[in-house]
Design a protein around this ligand. Structure first.
Ligand code: TXA
Ligand code: MG
Length: 338
């Protein structure tokens, strides 16, 4: 792979000029890392089979794990999906552009490599100004998984993307830190009633107000599944290099911490104040659950960089966005103590 081009772009007011070289790269079948409101994505022209293959290579992603296709409009939606049920429109109209992905019936024209041979396709209309403009100027839907090496925590800052993708991506756009820090909520509308496959920034409570949706057992992130509803679910995810112990029981946390030599603690501001443990990374505040979601992947990457052998993470009550945080933590954990 040739040298990676770094483009610094204003995340609030990106200009056509700033994005010109990234747009050229997409049009030439190259791969471009770009920020979205959830996490950074690693994108290519969704109609270009060879370009999409490069994404799998760059990430070391198994070819049976399909990509999400990003669009800028309902017009573009028609190019990638068809036979869309009414229930899906209800959600899409309310939640797009935003951190929400719909699994729909795929159009033939989308190459099989994008959807790992499935007849369905995951589609999202992002709200991040850079992502929006990149898609519009490229005039094609952009297939993009998270821009991390396969299995690593998703990237929420330019630095994370650079760490994983320098020398692998053709272009990396530096658009600062992402807003939610957690990947999009995925609902499968090819099932009736629709099924929540991956919880994300949107609360389950919010989703149920929009329309009927059932929560797949996998959404809790509890166990490995023999027949996962989404191919991506069978892989271990988000994992730091160090061993990660998730302690879901409040009573046991202190005990586990002091019995584990060379531990690094990741916990809320509230717990950190109580424990006063020397090697602590504060993930956010219980009083602001979105701060915890936002700093989750960043904290895992940070824990890998500081001295220590084991990472111990506080478990959170599964309410609102913390339900999604627990999904990611359970998947990242090598051990869960209840
Ligand atoms: O917020 C996000 O969704 C970010 C940004 C870049 O948009 N993207 C992202 O992509 O998280 P990725 O590849 O890391 O996760 C995509 C998930 C995988 O678990 C995959 O298995 C699932 O979506 N998926 C893709 N196509 C699917 C399909 N047709 N049916 C079921 N699951 C699908
Ligand atoms: Mg990912």
């Amino acid at each position: 792979m040739a040298k990676t081009l770094i483009l610094k772009v204003d995340p609030e007011n990106p200009s056509t000029k700033e994005l010109e070289r990234a747009v050229d790269a997409i049009k030439q079948g190259k791969i471009v890392a770009f920020p979205t409101e959830t996490v950074y994505g690693l994108g290519a022209d969704a109609f270009n089979e060879l370009a999409c293959k490069k994404i799998f290579q760059a990430k070391g992603r198994p070819s049976d794990n399909p990509l999400i296709v990003h669009i800028d409009s309902f017009d573009m939606l028609e190019k990638v999906a068809h036979k869309i049920p009414k229930s899906a429109f209800k959600f899409m109209e309310r939640l797009w552009p935003g951190p929400f992905t719909a699994v729909l019936e795929k159009k033939e024209e989308i190459p099989g490599v994008v959807t790992a041979g499935l007849s369905t396709i995951a589609v999202r209309m992002p709200s991040h100004p850079i992502a929006k403009l990149l898609i519009s100027l490229s005039e094609v839907p952009i297939a993009a998984p998270s821009a991390n090496l396969s299995g690593k925590p998703s990237p929420t800052t330019f630095e994370h993307v650079f760490e994983d993708m320098n020398g692998r991506a053709d272009v990396i756009i530096d658009g600062g830190e992402t807003l939610f820090g957690l990947e999009s909520t995925i609902i499968d509308f090819t099932k009736d009633p629709p099924v929540l496959l991956r919880p994300g920034p949107l609360y389950i409570e919010q989703l149920k107000e929009i329309g009927k949706v059932t929560v797949h057992e996998a959404a809790k992130g509890l166990k490995a599944l023999d027949r996962p509803p989404s191919p991506g679910m069978k892989y271990r995810h988000y994992a730091p290099e160090k061993k990660l112990i998730l302690v879901e029981s409040k009573e046991k946390l202190k005990e586990v911490l002091y019995e584990t030599p060379k531990a690094i603690l990741i916990c809320s501001k509230e717990l950190a104040e109580k424990l006063e443990y020397s090697k602590t990374i504060i993930i956010g505040s219980i009083s602001n659950p979105f701060s915890i979601a936002r700093n989750l992947f960043k904290s895992l990457r940070e824990a890998d960089k500081i001295e220590g052998e084991v990472i111990i993470v506080e478990g959170f009550e599964e309410k609102g966005v913390l339900f999604s945080v627990m999904n990611r933590l359970r998947k990242a954990a090598s051990e869960v103590i209840r």
